[in-house]
Design a protein. Structure first.
Length: 410
């Protein structure tokens, strides 16, 4: 049972608060490793991992951090050291979860510290700026948990204890209950949206499981794409079916719903076999309650719900997406098959649908074919992406890879 929690923070200025978290965890039967990431002061209580150890793990020292005379530089030294130590502690089986406490400085460090631990390891941040727009999405690990440290900027009180005790109990409970990802079956990562838009996962998941694979489907709305890319970078996937790379266009056109600049690259860099398609290539998702960007003022607009809206790209914008997709696929070190459904790429562009535009689709496909490098296998499909023929074509690629050894037989 996972009981040992790493409790990190500046134990010189937050001794009472961090000590309270430690006491709550211990009172619930858990164990604590205390890590001090302070620079100037000394901890008010004994810690297990001192600040000098943290700085040394970053290849630096507390003296160097102080000599920099810049709190940002100093905290980045401590963030690097803390992240390296945490990764090592987890790899050695010495910690089962993490909780970090801080204001803006501590939260900056906390994001690096959480990112050092794999998906599935409980990681909690108690912060005065939880959920703030100051926190860039690209720095948020896919499974990070945050709680606002309300009323806790200086000293303990009943308000902040409510948050601190919840977080302490939550990370311990999560560590005890967490079921780490199994690696007993080869895993296929797939991107998609909800079944109202893209439906291929419905037939594909059971068909792939019948072949002996495990299937994980990622919602390609920014954070889902980040998790997908992070796992691909770790080599977690035996193959990927990246059929909804819309986040590439989102990033290209400045949407806040972005999986970052490296979307559609991690699997290729690892040499993981990829089957790719063009789901929702003609749409850019926007935060529904944000003002519409001026560049899209005259674009066709589709409100999916109150938090997510989409604009339909013009032909020149679609061509730019095609070139960006091809550029990313050109970096792949493993086999890539690109499935091109000629009858549409989401439910709204079926015949009679509100976003149907056959000419624009044909122009996009022509640009993509021209831009793709020779090593990418192109397969034109006379069907819609949500038709059974699309899923059948994807399974045929998988079966061919198993036969020729490009994909291990489950």
């Amino acid at each position: 049972m996972g009981n040992r929690i790493l409790v990190a923070g500046t134990w010189d200025t937050k001794t009472d608060e961090l000590g309270y978290i430690r006491d709550v965890i211990r009172a619930q039967g858990g164990e604590v490793l205390a890590m001090d990431v302070s620079v100037l002061g000394d901890p008010g209580q004994p810690v297990d991992i001192g600040k000098h150890d943290v700085a040394a793990a970053a290849g630096s020292s507390i003296a160097a951090a102080i000599a920099a005379q810049d709190e940002n530089t100093a905290m980045q030294i401590m963030a690097l050291g803390a992240a390296r130590l945490a990764a090592g502690l987890h790899a050695e089986g010495r910690i089962d979860g993490l909780i970090v406490l801080g204001g803006t400085m501590g939260t900056d460090l906390a994001l690096d510290l959480c990112a050092a631990l794999p998906l599935g390891v409980p990681k909690y941040v108690v912060s005065t700026v939880s959920f703030s727009p100051m926190l860039p999405p690209e720095r948020l690990p896919a499974d990070i948990q945050m709680i606002l440290w309300a009323g806790g900027l200086y000293g303990l009180n009943s308000i902040c204890k409510a948050a601190l005790s919840q977080a302490a109990g939550a990370v311990l409970g999560a560590a005890r209950a967490a079921e780490p990802p199994r690696r007993d079956r080869p895993l296929i990562g797939m991107t998609s949206f909800g079944k109202t838009v893209l439906r291929y996962m419905v037939p594909l998941k059971p068909a792939l499981e019948a072949r002996g694979f495990e299937v994980a489907v990622f919602h390609a709305t920014g954070m889902g794409g980040r998790a997908f890319e992070a796992l691909a970078a770790e080599g977690a996937f035996a193959a990927v079916m990246d059929f909804a790379p819309q986040e590439v266009g989102n990033h290209l056109f400045g949407s806040a719903i972005s999986a970052g600049p490296d979307r559609l690259t991690a699997a290729g860099r690892r040499g993981i076999p990829q089957i790719v398609s063009i789901g929702c290539h003609d749409l850019v998702d926007l935060v529904g309650w944000h003002p519409r960007p001026a560049r899209f003022a005259d674009s066709t607009f589709h409100a999916h719900n109150r938090i997510l809206s989409s604009v339909v790209l013009r032909p020149d914008e679609r061509r730019a997406v095609a070139r960006s997709l091809a550029e990313r696929l050109a970096q792949a070190r493993g086999p890539v098959t690109l499935l091109l459904p000629q009858q549409g790429a989401h439910e709204w562009d079926r015949p009679g649908g509100p976003l149907r535009d056959p000419a624009a689709l044909a122009e996009f496909l022509a640009e993509l074919r021209q831009a793709c490098p020779p090593q990418v296998v192109l397969r034109d499909l006379d069907c819609h992406i949500n038709d059974p023929g699309f899923a059948d074509a994807a399974l045929a690629v998988v079966d061919g890879w198993i036969t020729d050894g490009a994909l291990p037989r489950p």
